[in-house]
Design a protein around this ligand. Structure first.
Ligand SMILES: [Zn+2]
Length: 132
């Protein structure tokens, strides 16, 4: 269900861009997906294509890029990346719904602090959109 809500927001944005630029269709849509979100890409593409049809929007190509999870310690300013495959599945599931949960499962590799910021790897964003 999460994927459908995201797809709806994307299509909403896409239709706005098409209107603003007086374009007829989307040639290429590039999405950036944070690894913390563990979005089901198949469902997302399915939802996007379905909604596009509903809104009478044609999208030639959808490209999805993964965004690495980057964390930054607030105490010593060390920056590091986290691979979700290092985490057990139930924790990945929890993070999918509440990304902040990551604070309980990882800590700064240098000073051991759990006080860190999530610099990247959260949510989903539209990297670029090409219309004709
Ligand atoms: Zn630190």
């Amino acid at each position: 269900m999460h994927e459908w809500a995201l797809a709806e927001a994307i299509i909403d944005y896409v239709s706005k861009v098409l209107r603003e630029r007086n374009a007829v269709k989307v040639k290429r849509l590039v999405l950036r997906i944070g690894k913390l979100q563990t979005i089901d890409k198949e469902i997302l593409v399915f939802a996007l294509n379905n909604l596009a049809k509903e809104y009478d929007i044609s999208i030639d190509e959808i490209i999805m890029r993964d965004e690495e999870i980057t964390l930054k310690c607030r105490k010593c300013l060390t920056q590091w990346t986290l691979s979700p495959s290092q985490l057990p599945e139930d924790i990945r599931e929890a993070i999918h719904f509440v990304p902040e949960v990551v604070h309980s499962f990882t800590k700064c590799p240098k000073c051991g602090s759990r006080d860190f910021d999530i610099v990247s790897g959260r949510g989903l964003s539209i990297e670029s959109i090409e219309v004709v």
